[in-house]
Design a protein around this ligand. Structure first.
Ligand SMILES: Cc1ncc(COP(=O)(O)O)c(C=O)c1O
Length: 326
């Protein structure tokens, strides 16, 4: 069961007796009725052992959370209404006034915009670092640093950083301070298929399920996965306070998309490699940005980071035109 294409189709789910259908049922709820006031008061809010209110989970959302956690090789998953909401939830759950976060300079733009606007207003500072230079990250870590974002490949430039070196720089620094530093990866491009974030030492992996898991360009959703129970509780309780619930119909679309994700991912990888090499031969094109193009540092880091998952990389390709070209 270690192959992701198998994990994504066959997963722990118990259908009602006598109805052994392949897809899990879609449950929708706001209010959930407790059998007694005592049962409500005695409920364990810390662990997802039961149902309390639709916002906090249904059998359908719990099924998707389990599947995404399994896909990523993590233990705990929290679903949110978009990929950006996943980035924002991590910041809200882990940062407080006086903290600083570090963001790769090629990160997804709205991650930077949230830091510029809301986090600055809440007294939380940030610095950008060059993800292709682990020494630059190391130099910017300070006793104020609480969160370090990673992205592989980075949005727009599609540079693939040396993730183990970046994580090692953070861990080396974290050991000298009482307060640990959390590393969070925006794993939207890797989708939990290209490499395993947790074997690389990352603490939190975030995805826009909007992209590969959904696959249909018709749903917005995000996930926050971790192996660390203490971090999960911070994220889970913040999630309950800010009302970031997801709807059953949207979850159904993502569950459906997961069945074909490994096939789509491989097909998109083949298509973008072909597109990238065609673009390279075009006279108007000044540069083609693709994480797997041979000979580049980003490509070597990508191969080093794959760690035996064996799945290729993926649909992203960018081209820069020569000045004046159409
Ligand atoms: C790398 C990355 N992270 C996060 C997001 C945000 O996802 P969503 O559109 O679901 O908010 C995107 C969306 O384009 C993205 O490309």
């Amino acid at each position: 069961m270690s192959d992701p294409s198998t994990q994504l189709i066959h997963h722990a789910y118990t259908p009602p007796a006598g109805f052994d259908a392949v897809p899990p049922a879609v449950y929708k709820a706001s209010t959930v009725i407790f059998p007694s006031v005592a049962a409500l008061r005695n409920h364990d809010w810390k662990h997802k052992t039961g149902y309390t209110y639709g916002l906090h989970g249904t059998p359908t959302t719990f099924t998707l959370e389990e599947r995404i956690a399994t896909l990523e090789g993590g233990k705990f998953c929290t679903l949110v209404p978009s990929g950006l909401a996943a980035v924002v939830l991590v910041g809200m759950a882990l940062l407080k006034t006086g903290d600083e976060l570090l963001i790769p300079d090629n990160a997804y733009g709205p991650n930077k915009a949230f830091a510029h606007a809301e986090l600055v207003a809440w007294g939380i500072s940030h610095q950008f670092y060059d993800p292709m230079n682990p020494a630059d990250l190391a130099a910017k870590l300070s006793p104020k640093t609480r969160l370090v974002w990673l992205e592989a490949p980075g949005s727009i430039t599609l540079e693939f950083p040396d993730l183990p070196a970046l994580v090692a720089a953070v861990k080396a620094h974290g050991q000298t301070h009482a307060q640990g530093i959390v590393t969070a990866l925006d794993n939207t491009w890797g989708a939990g298929l290209a490499f395993n974030a947790f074997t690389l030492g990352v603490d939190v992996s975030v995805q826009a399920l909007t992209k590969y898991p959904s696959g249909g360009a018709d749903v917005l959703m995000g996930s926050v996965v971790t192996n660390n129970e203490a971090l999960h509780h911070l994220i889970h309780f913040c999630h309950m306070r800010v009302g970031y619930g997801v709807g059953g119909n949207d979850v159904e679309l993502v569950l459906r998309g997961l069945n074909s994700m490994t096939l789509r991912y491989a097909a998109q990888d083949a298509a973008t490699r072909q597109l990238a090499s065609w673009l390279q031969s075009q006279p108007q094109i000044a540069a083609v940005l693709h994480p797997a193009l041979a000979g580049l540092a980003r490509s070597r880091n990508l191969e080093a980071g794959l760690h035996g998952r064996g799945l290729p990389f993926q649909r992203c390709v960018q081209a820069r035109l020569h000045a004046g070209a159409d």
